[in-house]
Design a protein around this ligand. Structure first.
Ligand code: GTP
Ligand code: SPV
Ligand code: MN
Length: 589
């Protein structure tokens, strides 16, 4: 097939990878509907995809990945900077020479008898000054079709690239899907990503975590901007003014849900609206007005399926009703539809589970969908997608919210005292682990800015970069911390969460506009219980008070945990953060 460009940087690189992987043919993805249709048909003929019921799920497909390939693998993910200290204490590091060599061994002849696809893609609206271009080589049609939803692909991207060599070079090969030879290598100094022996999600959709976070965070550090694991949401008040909030929560901790929430009825009746700009990644830049502006570099949602239902996240569910791909959920054999835990109370009886085994939802004790099963849905399907979501300039942020799963320590919400204190709060973010990555679920780990698995350079320098960005803004967003996940003695969540989280967003926007006071507490500014609106909510003010308590002893333990965590960074930890830790300690005692 003819290539789609005369750019010799692109052509030489594609030739070089083809010479190594030896595919039987090379196909350039032009982004046309004809080509995508052919690919879908081919994937259905080999069983890689199943077409879902065209009437109920038009344009939708089902896919199952291999049993041991269902989540990101953090212990197989490496930052291959020339110097180990540049990867820092929180990343796995491999010498780039060694990584290229190992990758070359694994990739050699790995596409024998297979087709090699070349996907040109843009992160961010095509030709926005904030956008960046990548090329992904892959031997997986599933990857091509997912990239088509998650990014903007095809000829138009190469047209924008022209003769430039400024693009991220991504190589993905399924190889033999051998878990022992699975590697996700990032070479930030070379704008390069190599991923082998996986076919799942964040390991292989190289535009997402690999480029838009790991490589882009490094680029942002060098170029003076930021790439963050954040949702972006707009809140419209009854006067029609929209304020934007970005939120960093670790994987599977509620970004997609917060990005698409439906305000409680009392607010809807008053005319409040919520607009989704992005649900996972934000690229942030300072503009001439001294504010921080955000774009969503993605074009789709790769969202957690279990727990998504009409009540918890209606907008996400509606986004998946056409032109979407479902991975590792339940397949209903009776009507060719999909199901997952908590979709509704009516699990199918004649179905296949995520492993492809016969499954009866009324009898089986095992879960039908994998806890990290996902949907890939076009953002434009979302009923509350913001009219600004593709704005080339992005949207200005009023607030940044950090949050994690904390059964006890963290209150429902508190505000940092200023940018520097906010950076401290973000740097100490901790959460109980989830199924989004392989490994033990439910153990508390520090996950600074929800970026622990996604920062492409030394996190000590990352903290410094955050502090420096703050100094460059005349009107920086206010920084908050939230926790929807406090539990009672029975282990149940106390706060109803989901749409009701709007009440907390209202409080924090009021704070941004200095409309209300707060209590000066050891950890920052806490709401007065009566300032969290509970109208129309089956919760007492005492419950709100309990959600806002600060237990001194657990916070002193928290301080010890932070001290321990900070030790890792040695000299690269900015002194400002150590000062913040000292004042927290003083405030508590
Ligand atoms: P990634 O795509 O992995 O980055 O995840 P995410 O941060 O977008 O998380 P998502 O919104 O998909 O939520 C993950 C899980 O948290 C789902 O099972 C939700 O049902 C649950 N969840 C989200 N918001 C809330 C909330 O406010 N309260 C409670 N209790 N659970 C929530
Ligand atoms: C996450 O794990 O934070 C995700 C899913 O958003 S993945 O694309 O697999 O990284
Ligand atoms: Mn994520």
């Amino acid at each position: 097939m003819k290539s789609l460009t005369t750019n010799s940087n692109v052509l030489n690189w594609v030739d070089q990878i083809a010479a190594m992987t030896k595919p039987s043919k090379v196909v350039w993805i032009d982004g046309s509907e004809e080509q995508l249709k052919e690919l879908r048909e081919e994937a259905c003929s080999t069983g890689e995809l199943k077409k879902l019921n065209e009437e109920i799920y038009p344009g939708c497909y089902y896919h199952r990945s291999q049993k041991d390939d269902v989540a990101r693998m953090e212990d197989r993910t490496f930052i291959c900077s020339r110097k180990e200290e540049d990867a820092g204490p929180t990343n796995n590091w491999k010498d780039p020479k060694e990584a290229y060599q190992l990758g070359t061994e694994i990739f050699t002849n790995s596409m024998n008898g297979r087709t090699m696809y070349v996907i040109p893609y843009s992160m961010g609206p095509i030709a926005s000054p904030f956008s960046k271009i990548g090329l992904e080589i892959t031997d997986s049609i599933y990857v091509v079709l997912n990239m088509n939803i998650m990014t903007r692909i095809g000829q138009k991207v190469l047209d924008v690239l022209g003769d430039s060599k400024d693009f991220v070079r991504g190589v993905h090969g399924k190889c033999t899907l051998d878990i022992d030879k699975r590697y996700i290598f990032h070479f930030p100094e070379d704008n390069t990503i190599w991923s082998c022996n996986s076919a799942y999600g964040g390991n292989v959709l190289l535009g997402k975590k690999c480029f838009a976070l790991r490589i882009a965070s490094y680029q942002g550090w060098k170029e003076g901007w930021m790439a963050e694991h954040m949702l972006i949401v707009g809140i419209e008040n009854p006067q029609g003014e929209v304020k934007y909030i970005a939120g960093a929560f670790p994987s599977a901790c509620g970004k997609t849900n917060l990005a698409m929430l439906i305000p409680p009825e009392i607010y809807r009746n008053k005319g409040y609206k919520v607009w989704t700009v992005g649900d996972d990644i934000a690229w942030l830049r300072i503009k001439e007005d001294g504010r921080l502006w955000a774009i969503n570099p993605e074009a789709g949602f790769f969202g957690v399926a279990p727990g998504t239902n009409e009540k918890s996240n209606y907008n996400a569910l509606m986004s998946t009703r056409k032109d979407s791909i479902f991975t590792n959920v339940v397949y209903n054999l009776d009507d060719d539809t999909v199901w997952w835990e908590n979709l509704d109370d009516n699990p199918p009886e004649n179905a296949l589970d995520w492993l492809g085994n016969p499954w009866n939802g009324k009898r089986s004790k095992e879960k039908g969908a994998h806890p990290n099963s996902r949907f890939t849905a076009p953002a434009k399907n979302c009923p509350c997608i913001s009219p600004e979501w593709e704005s080339p300039e992005g949207v200005p942020l009023s607030a940044i919210v950090f949050g994690g799963r904390r059964a006890k320590t963290a209150p429902l919400v508190y505000q940092s005292r200023n940018w520097q204190h906010g950076v401290f709060v973000g740097s100490t973010l901790a959460s109980e682990t989830t199924a989004a990555a392989t490994g033990k679920v439910g153990v508390v780990r520090r996950d600074p800015m929800a970026m622990l698995p996604f920062c492409g350079y030394n996190m000590g320098n990352y903290f410094k970069h955050w502090l420096e960005m703050g100094k460059k803004m005349t009107d920086p967003p206010k920084i908050f911390h939230v926790n929807w996940f406090r539990t009672n003695e029975e282990g149940e969540f106390i706060w109803p969460g989901f749409g009701e989280n709007f009440r907390v967003l209202e409080w924090l926007l009021n704070r941004c506009e200095s409309k209300i006071d707060a209590k000066d507490a050891p950890i920052g500014y806490l709401p007065k219980a009566e300032d969290i609106n509970i109208e129309g909510l089956n919760i007492s003010i005492d419950t709100i008070k309990s959600l806002l308590t600060i237990d001194n002893d657990s916070w002193l333990e928290e301080v010890e945990g932070i001290e321990e965590f900070y030790k890792k960074f040695g000299q690269t930890l900015p002194k400002e953060l150590r000062e913040e830790l000292n004042s927290l300690k003083n405030n508590l005692s």
